[in-house]
Design a protein around this ligand. Structure first.
Ligand SMILES: Nc1nc2c(ncn2[C@@H]2O[C@H](COP(=O)(O)OP(=O)(O)O)[C@@H](O)[C@H]2O)c(=O)[nH]1
Ligand SMILES: Nc1ncnc2c1ncn2[C@@H]1O[C@H](COP(=O)(O)OP(=O)(O)O)[C@@H](O)[C@H]1O
Length: 206
């Protein structure tokens, strides 16, 4: 499938900083649209239905799976999360660049469907920093933080399957790297369009 927009997928272990980075990217770049996932997890802190996620029951999620409503879905840290097909196809068809903040299982599924999707993995600078970010965020119980730390190494073992890896040590540096990836992909996409255009063909390059 080929749409006029680019598709970016950002994955990371919990606490590495993917939501903060994607949020900062979208504040700087209005051409990037988010995809709001559906999840069976309960909202935390200031999260709002329809802003961070669509918080749905297990039954609603089951219905969407049966009706083939998800582009991809996966079980992560004991809850289910999925990307709605409808929303993403609509946005990409309008020419928006869409960024999916999903786990590695979802990222790999998306790459199979959209081989042009750009997969970015965010790493924390150290285990100590990962733990302290989860603690400083102060939105999860100690048990939830433990599950997330335990799952982190299995998630990070998939980093090599991604197109790019960013170490989020200094936030501004990591944001610069993410912006550079988005920019490079746009240039690549534009180059492909130019190479197929009539203007280029008219140059009659042998
Ligand atoms: N496969 C998949 N993973 C998702 C989706 N939405 C969120 N996730 C992932 O689920 C994991 C948990 O997300 P969340 O509960 O918000 O916790 P956080 O990672 O600590 O911010 C993260 O790895 C998210 O990237 C989705 O639609 N599909
Ligand atoms: N480079 C960084 N340096 C210090 N703290 C950071 C950095 N990036 C993110 N954080 C903080 O770490 C915590 C986890 O970040 P968050 O974006 O929620 O992670 P994720 O979405 O990957 O779970 C948040 O409190 C965020 O403000």
């Amino acid at each position: 499938m080929q749409y006029p927009g680019n598709l970016f997928v950002v994955a990371a272990p919990s606490g590495a900083g993917k939501s903060s980075l994607v949020k900062a990217l979208m504040e700087l770049d209005t051409r990037v649209a988010p995809s709001i996932s559906h999840t069976t997890r309960a909202p935390r802190g200031q999260e709002l239905h329809g802003r961070e996620y669509y918080f749905v029951s297990n039954e609603t999620f089951d219905q969407m799976v049966i009706q083939n409503g998800f582009l991809e879905w996966a079980k992560v840290h004991g809850n289910r999360y999925g990307t709605s097909k409808h929303t993403i196809e609509q946005r990409m068809a309008q020419g928006a660049d869409v960024v999916l903040e999903i786990d590695f299982q979802g990222a790999i599924q998306v790459k199979r469907i959209f081989p042009n999707a750009v997969l970015v993995f965010i790493l924390p600078p150290s285990w100590e920093e990962l733990r302290s970010r989860l603690e400083r965020r102060a939105e999860d119980t100690a048990e939830v933080i433990e599950v997330r730390i335990q799952n982190a190494s299995a998630e990070m073992a998939h980093a090599h399957e991604f197109d790019f890896v960013i170490i989020n040590e200094l936030f501004e540096r990591a944001l610069f790297d993410l912006k550079a990836i988005v920019h490079a992909q746009r240039l690549k996409f534009a180059a492909q369009r130019i190479a197929r255009s009539d203007t280029f063909k008219a140059l009659n390059i042998p």
